[in-house]
Ligand binder design. Structure first.
Ligand code: FES
Ligand code: FES
Length: 169
């Protein structure tokens, strides 16, 4: 067992975990933050995406003990049922989910992805490695390709992200 501190959604937590505990299991089982979903548990579906020090990661692929002192934001920290974030509102408006299982990961990923574009990070489909990428549907689809939706709400998800991205720019 090892003790560590995590700041999750702005609140400090001291945890005592088996060193083999993933960050995903620490969030869900130790802190009871069940908004973050376990899909594949193998880094293939993106359902477990959270923000780690502001960057998106698959929380099933990293161990909790590697993150002592780190800042974590889960879907519960992005908005609440009476105060949805802009991205959450856009997913509702554009019907960007069906069963909703992938949605927390999609929204965390989409939120971080817009910052990556704003910061000028290129993707595989970006025309230039140095210019700020254009927020087109091809760019959004590529950047969201790590988040699978078995219900295939993809076109609506892309529309939701495009709207938030356009409002931010
Ligand atoms: S549960 Fe982590 S990528 Fe699927
Ligand atoms: S809304 Fe069902 S898996 Fe995406």
């Amino acid at each position: 067992m090892q003790t560590l501190n995590l700041r999750v959604n702005g609140e400090m937590h001291e945890l005592s975990v088996d060193v083999r505990t993933t960050l995903l299991d620490a969030l869900r089982q130790h802190l009871h933050l069940n908004g973050t979903k376990k899909g594949c548990d193998h880094g293939q579906c993106g359902a477990c995406t959270i923000l780690l020090n502001g960057k998106r990661v698959n929380s099933c692929l990293t161990l909790a003990v590697m993150h002592d002192g780190d800042e974590i934001t889960t879907i519960e920290g992005l908005g609440s049922s009476d105060s949805l974030s802009a991205m959450q509102q856009a997913f509702v408006k554009h019907d960007g989910f069906q069963c909703g299982y992938c949605t927390p990961g999609q929204i965390c990923s989409a939120t971080a992805m817009l910052d990556e574009i704003k910061d000028g990070w290129p993707s595989y489909v970006s025309a230039s490695l140095t210019d700020t990428p254009e927020l087109c549907s091809e760019e959004i689809s590529e950047r969201m390709s790590g988040n699978l939706c078995r219900c295939s709400a993809y076109p609506n998800i892309v529309n939701a992200i495009a709207e938030v991205g356009a409002d931010k720019s």
